[in-house]
Design a protein around this ligand. Structure first.
Ligand SMILES: *Cc1c(COP(=O)(O)O)cnc(C)c1O
Length: 556
């Protein structure tokens, strides 16, 4: 095919099935192979030789002395030259030869200096300036181009150690080409590598530490106030109050409402039966009575029907836990709390950054508790926690209660706690908060890969909808009737997993008075749940290894 606007002086020197597009000019001496694609506005001089299956994108001028072997790709507006010292009036005595060997690719807008050779299957990144010969199967880019890795015949990019960073495949040289030698580089997957997660932010964290050390102020102070402002803004709330940990955040909220007269000791509080024990401890330790209810099986979270069925005149509050990072159905729970005049409190210790609609968790209830335990989605370097709320009265009273019940130093209005967020933790959290959305995004991508890849009839995967932003995958929890066997099998394959949680609160030694309760779904879940590795840094190769092993699992 030769477009009618192209000027081709010797069409008989063009191979079969080659396409020549608009406004291409080809001088009589040029020779072009078959199955090529020469895009618009290319100019090809006499002494140019082009092999088969070559693609030349728009706007490329090929000067005398240039050879492109089979399967070469030349991106748009790549600049060639054939004269080291060009002058318009001096005729050239001899062309400098430029040679692109078989399969070489040159990205858009690159400039190749005169007289160089690009080796077989080498890859030059867009916008590079290439100043010397390029060895076969190597990856180069930049100005001047520098070697950044290697490329296989099929275009797979490898690092300097001949490893494919996407899946861990290892390659080696055999007779001038790169061959796959091992595709099982991943042999173990950690559940959560906190050291590596935090190492990503090391320079900024170091600066934050230095700032606090040099400030001479180590409890509350500006560092805490600054973080509180950022965290409130992030959660779309008026207030954030930094405290010592997540358990205290819950207790301080309840104690605040007790002091404000919104709750009385002995009131009942609805709590999901399958939560982490802290939720229940906060209730009993403030003199309130927990009403444990079964979760909705699909989401592991409280559902409005279950809550409604458990209502009695004694119930004055609901604590919704966003378990495993998935937001509870806050719109329905909020409507129910409003209708029944109940306080609605969020335990958001596992769900920093999750959305329900356009509103983040932490902003839905009367108040919310967050934990910054190191393994949480926003994790400190020790203990930490926060309360978020739009309730001015609760904000003032919890600010006092976390600090010995005092609003003014040595004037103690209430019987408070010492539960303050350290300045050091606040400064470090402020650094990590800036990356929380990106970290959560990676967690969701890992979850999506698991959910698309795992296909084993012995397993039940978490139910969630990727379009909603209501799950931040603190944990990726599967169910299996042979859970302990599955966990031992994965351990054997080098895959670390954790059970969240092995014993429900009502069966714990801390609560002999609750042992009588029968909560069959909760008890069954505790027998079946298993948390797979998930983190902001888990690599695709690691996820794929877990998927492969999960799919190969069969109970004994
Ligand atoms: C972690 C956690 C807490 C407690 O937080 P700490 O900072 O460890 O005291 C409370 N509730 C839930 C659901 C949690 O996961």
């Amino acid at each position: 095919m030769i477009h009618e606007t192209a000027i081709v002086h010797a069409p008989e020197r063009i191979g079969k099935d080659t396409r020549i597009w608009q406004y291409v000019v080809i001088l009589p001496g040029a020779s072009i192979g078959s199955d090529c694609n020469i895009c618009s506005h290319c100019f090809i001089e006499n002494q140019v030789t082009i092999g088969n299956s070559v693609t030349i994108k728009s706007g490329v001028q090929l000067w005398d002395g240039i050879t492109l072997e089979d399967e070469v790709f030349v991106g748009p507006n790549v600049s060639f030259t054939n004269d080291l010292y060009p002058r318009s009036k001096q005729p050239l005595e001899e062309w400098t030869q430029t040679h692109l060997q078989k399969g070489a690719s040159v990205g858009a807008n690159s400039t190749l200096l005169a007289g160089i050779t690009i080796g077989q299957y080498a890859l030059i990144g867009a916008g590079s300036v290439v100043t010397h010969d390029i060895p076969p199967h190597t990856l180069w880019y930049g100005n001047p181009a520098r070697q950044r890795g290697y490329v296989t015949t099929d275009g797979t990019v490898l690092n300097h150690s001949l490893i494919n960073p996407k899946n861990g495949d290892a390659y080696e040289w055999q007779e001038g080409t790169l061959v796959l030698c091992s595709s099982t580089a991943v042999q173990s997957v950690a559940f959560l590598d906190l050291q590596a997660i935090n190492a990503r932010y090391r320079p900024a964290l170091d600066k934050a530490v230095a700032r606090v050390l040099d400030s001479g102020w180590y409890v509350l102070g500006d560092a805490v106030a600054d973080f509180e402002a950022d965290f409130a803004q992030y959660c779309h709330t008026q207030h954030a109050i930094g405290v010592a940990n997540g358990l205290d955040a819950l207790k301080l909220i309840l104690e605040g409402y007790l002091q404000l007269g919104r709750l009385q000791r002995g009131d009942a509080v609805i709590v999901p039966a399958n939560t982490f024990i802290a939720t229940v401890l906060a209730v009993t330790q403030t003199g309130l009575v927990p009403v444990l209810i079964e979760p909705d099986e699909a989401s592991f979270n409280l559902g409005p029907d279950g809550v409604r069925a458990a209502l009695t005149p004694a119930v004055k509050a609901i604590i919704a836990v966003h378990l495993y990072g998935q937001a509870a159905p806050m719109d329905a729970l909020k409507a129910l709390a409003k209708e029944q005049d109940l306080l609605l409190i969020e335990d958001a210790a596992q769900a920093h950054g999750a959305h329900v609609g356009t509103c983040r968790v932490g902003a839905w209830g009367d108040a919310a508790a967050f934990s910054f335990y190191p393994g949480k989605n926003l994790g400190a370097f020790g203990d930490g926690g926060a309360i978020t709320t739009n309730d001015n009265a609760l904000a003032s009273i919890t600010r006092a209660l976390r600090n010995y019940g005092s609003e003014k130093k040595y004037h103690n209005q209430y019987s408070g706690l010492n539960s303050r967020l350290d300045a050091l933790q606040a400064a470090l959290l402020q650094v990590k908060l800036q990356h929380l959305d990106r970290d959560n995004h990676h967690r969701r991508a890992v979850a999506m890969r698991y959910s698309n890849g795992i296909n084993n009839p012995y397993l039940q995967l978490p139910q969630w909808s990727p379009q909603k932003m209501d799950h931040v995958f603190h944990l990726y929890v599967v169910r299996c009737q042979h859970r302990d066997d599955l966990q031992a099998y994965l351990q054997d394959k080098g895959i670390q997993t954790v059970v969240h949680y092995p014993i429900p609160p009502h069966q714990q030694g801390a609560y002999p008075e609750l042992h009588e309760l029968s909560l069959p779904l909760t008890e069954q879940l505790h027998q079946e749940v298993l948390s797979l590795p998930i983190s902001p840094i888990l690599a695709e190769a690691e996820v794929d290894y877990v998927i492969q092993m999960m799919n190969a699992y069969e109970p004994v």
